[in-house]
Every structure is written in C-alpha cells, then in structure tokens.
Design a protein around this ligand. Structure first.
Ligand code: MN
Length: 203
C-alpha cells in the first residue's frame, strides 16, 4: 500500500473527558482509515501518485489525473488533515500557548482569549462539514475555514493548527452542540507540536 494509517500517538481514552474514547476509536480506526484506503484506491489506478507525499498531491491537485482528482482532494485531504489532528493534540495538553506561536498570537490577535473567541466563532459558522484553521499568510497569522476535507495546502497556505468540525468529531459526546466542543477542544492542544508547525510555516 502506498499510504498507511499512522497509529494514534496515545490511547483512545487519553483525551477524555474532552474527547471520548468511542469517538476516538471511530474517528481514527474507521474515518481516517477509510480516507487512507480510498486514497490508495486512486494510486491503484495511477501508480505514479504513490511516489509523491500526500502533502505534495494536495499542493498540486491540477497535476493529479482528472478521473481521480476529487478522490485525491477529499481522501488525501482527509489523510493529511487527520494525521496533523492526532499530532496537535495530547493528553494533559492545553494551557496558554508557549514559544513563538504564543507571542505571534498575542501580536496578531491581541490575546489568546481573543484568538480563541475568533477561531471558535469562525469554526462554529462553517456550514456543514469542514475545518477551522490557523495559517500564516504574508507575515501574519490568519484564521480560515474550509469545507469537506479541503486542506490549506491546496491554496498555497501551510496549516499550523486545525480543528475538525465534521459531526463525526464531536456528535457522540456533544451532540449538536458544536460551540461546546470547540470551547473544550483547547484543553487537549499540544502547543509544542503547534510551535514546530509554526516554524515550518515560516520557512
Ligand atoms: Mn474527522
């Protein structure tokens, strides 16, 4: 297989009570696994695609053969988005952001509280399934949202942090209360990993 499902970097129950064990099992073992399987299905038809990283595929969707372009966009996106998502969370995470990303958030949004409010509002408003993102554009942090599994890489932007607002990410525990999930999610953010991604975004 060209692409593989990465193991979850902690136990399914490790993010309790913020994210419940049942949600993590389904989200990783079923949803993420399906994106990887579907992406590999596209590689079966066009083996050259397997020579690229999934990030490279998303950065150059125009170069992906038309008959599998939507499959790669949706499932390559699903794979890359979720691989990041597991990494930017950790048990006993949260707190005030540290390091360079902490100071950049203060510079560009005034304070961490103001940033969270703005991010949560944007992600709450994303109609239907999608993601809320923090990206770095023209020397400044910016909050954007995308529908479905679209990744900022396809717009030439590097995702520093992203939260999944598909119902599968929160419905078992929070039901239709997306804003409650968004508010709670910051308790599991891994700011060390987000700082690494910010360094990469600045390159
Ligand atoms: Mn998801």
């Amino acid at each position: 297989m060209a692409f593989e499902l990465p193991p979850l970097p902690y136990d399914y129950a490790a993010l309790e009570p913020t994210i419940d064990e049942a949600t993590m099992k389904l989200h990783h073992d079923k949803h993420h696994a399906a994106y990887v399987a579907n992406l590999n299905g596209a590689v079966d038809k066009h083996p050259d695609l397997g020579k690229k990283t999934p990030e490279e595929l998303l950065q150059n969707l125009d170069s992906v053969p038309e008959d599998v372009r939507a499959v790669v966009r949706n499932n390559g996106g699903g794979h890359v988005n979720h691989t990041m998502f597991w990494q930017i969370m950790k048990p006993k995470g949260g707190g005030t952001p540290t390091g360079d990303i902490g100071s950049q958030i203060d510079t560009d949004f005034g304070s961490f509280e103001d940033f969270k409010k703005k991010f949560n509002e944007a992600a709450a408003k994303q109609f239907g399934s999608g993601w809320g993102w923090l990206v770095y554009k023209g020397g400044k942090l910016e909050i954007i949202t995308t529908p479905n599994q679209d990744n900022p890489l396809s717009q030439g932007l590097f995702p520093i942090l992203g939260n999944d607002v598909w119902e599968h990410a929160y419905y078992l525990k929070y039901n239709n209360r997306r804003p409650e999930y968004l508010a709670a999610w910051w308790d599991v953010v891994n700011w060390d990993e987000v700082n690494k991604r910010f360094t990469q975004a600045k390159k």
